[in-house]
Design a protein around this ligand. Structure first.
Ligand code: G6Q
Length: 516
């Protein structure tokens, strides 16, 4: 497959391979596909019943069958007039009720009506959570920076490394700090340790009675929230049909709502919903999540390409690749199918990325001339939220030029024609044929941002269905968690385990001395 020849042979290739929906346009003409390839991939999607399975998910089917759960993140952004039943219970009123409670709280915090225990206004919000209870809100906080209130800032603590909490708390006045403890289960080791240390920090300054004014929770576990000392009236719930990595538009997004306000948060939800509707109704040929999902299937399972680089050309999306790492890799990093049989095709690639143009001066060398071909998703916006006129031109010019360079390269003859010495010709030759998609929207707004996240959510779904795996469980994170319980005992000198391998034993012995 040679992209130069493909474009030369078909002048309408770019137009044929461009689709749009929910404010986003996808140009996938630089993928390594012949004109007949996508129709075959769409046939595969139909054969795998992608549209039917998508409809089943939206109707509350237990798509996450290894955990016996429905998968209804789409209900989080459904309009209040919708009706979506789980076991005969309409969940839409519950969602709307929670949104209203969140809005009341967010408004009180933003206006200063909610004060800390000393009567001082809250100026700092510290979100404590990890994985799905951190990556989405932390990423969204950066992405939606132009819409944030200047009245308060949000910080995010996730790592059990005390450096994370220490850095977040540095310089904060406890009397003006509010913690949002985000944990679906309220049992996650890292979050509970961070929350306990944050609580101790607060109590040492303001006393035990202050906890109730300085801690709120987002969780499904009321008993544990209460035991921590948080008033259940200050707990914002969600449901077991919301997976952690699909929860940034649930109450887990409380910090987002506090930062940008309830109205903008509604716009964000509308953007998500617009993409849900596009995914549900658009024909497969112009359905962005289906196209992107099948492009991923092609690159990973057919071409055998092991990675995906996500390159957002907007600094506001600097944490978007990290967010997608969880969304894609935790969802589709699976090796057995619905019947428990090993799949015989490559599933989720390694996902990484960096905001353009920074990546250009770092790892793009390998993307252009390395021995591993890495498919790329470029993401760009026509306009900028800032007034620095020419910057956007430079930024987007770089994005377009990179996509061009990856696709078409530079032949040895072209390099020679530039007068390059023969010894340098191989070094200055670019092979091209490095596949990429170019995804763009008019502007980064709460709505277009919501639609972008939903686009990746649904393309991940499409791939999971085609690969025949469960995109909604994450058993792969369990083993390390449970071994850590024994390792803690090993480091604290209370372990009675005698069956560790020699390496583990040596590490526990060595690090025990430095840990104490
Ligand atoms: C996401 C995962 C995982 C989860 C975290 C935090 O899909 O389930 O990343 O979000 O382990 O869990 P809690 O919210 O229960 O603390």
């Amino acid at each position: 497959m040679d992209l130069r020849s493909a474009f030369a042979a078909e002048p309408g290739r770019a137009a044929r391979c461009t689709a749009a929906g929910a404010g986003w346009t996808l140009d996938w003409s630089k993928q390594l596909m012949q004109p007949g390839t996508m129709p075959l991939l769409l046939e595969l999607a139909r054969e795998r019943q992608v549209p039917e399975r998508f409809a089943a998910m939206l109707a509350g089917a237990r798509m996450n069958w290894t955990e016996g759960r429905s998968v209804l993140h789409a209900a989080l952004r459904a309009p209040g007039t919708a009706s979506i039943a789980v076991d005969g219970h309409d969940v839409v009123p519950d969602v709307q009720h929670t949104l209203e409670r969140m809005a009341r709280f967010a408004n009180a915090l933003r206006s200063g009506a909610w004060t800390g225990s000393t009567g001082k206004r809250i100026r700092h919000v510290v979100n404590i959570g990890i994985g799905g209870s951190d990556l989405g809100p932390a990423m969204a906080y950066l992405a939606l920076q132009p819409w944030r209130t200047p009245e308060l800032d949000c910080r995010f603590v996730s790592n059990v490394d005390g450096n994370d909490l220490s850095i977040a708390l540095a310089g904060l006045d406890p009397a003006q700090t509010l913690f949002i403890v985000c944990s679906k289960t309220f049992t996650t080791q890292e979050t509970m340790e961070n929350a306990a240390s944050a609580r101790a920090w607060l109590v040492s300054a303001l006393g035990e009675a202050a906890v109730i004014r300085h801690f709120v929770a987002v969780s499904t576990n009321e008993a544990r929230v209460r035991a921590f000392g948080i008033d259940p009236d200050h707990m914002f719930g969600f449901w077991d049909w919301v997976g952690g990595r699909y929860s940034m538009d649930s109450a887990i997004g409380l910090s987002t709502m506090v930062a940008i306000g309830p109205e903008r948060f509604r716009e964000l939800l509308q953007g998500f919903h617009a993409m849900d509707e596009h995914a549900r109704t658009a024909p497969l040929e112009s359905n962005l999540p289906v196209l992107m999902g099948m492009i991923g299937v092609w690159n990973s399972s057919v071409l055998g390409l092991p990675a995906l680089a996500v390159l957002p050309y907007d600094q506001l999306l600097s944490r978007f690749p990290a967010y997608l790492q969880q969304l894609l890799m935790e969802s589709n990093g699976k090796r057995v199918d619905d019947h428990g049989e090993p799949v015989s095709w490559r599933t989720c690639p390694v996902v990484f990325g960096e905001a353009g143009t920074n990546g250009q001066h770092a790892f793009y060398q390998m993307l252009h001339q390395g021995t591993t071909i890495v498919p790329i998703d470029f993401i760009a916006f026509r306009t900028a939220a800032h007034p620095l006129g020419r910057h956007r031109v430079l930024l987007n010019a770089n994005a377009i030029a990179q996509a061009q360079a990856f696709a078409f390269g530079r032949t040895a003859d072209e390099v020679r024609a530039e007068g390059t010495s023969e010894a340098l010709v191989p070094h200055r030759t670019f092979p091209g044929n490095r596949p990429s998609s170019f995804l763009w929207a008019d502007a980064l707004t709460p709505a277009s941002f919501g639609a972008l996240v939903a686009l990746y959510e649904h393309s991940t779904f499409v791939q999971g269905i085609v690969w025949g795996i469960n995109s909604f469980d994450q058993w792969g994170v369990e083993l390390g968690k449970s071994l850590a319980v024994e390792a803690i005992k090993g480091l604290e000198g209370t372990s009675t385990c005698t069956t560790h391998d020699a390496s583990t034993e040596a590490l526990l012995r060595t690090l025990r001395t430095t840990a104490t």
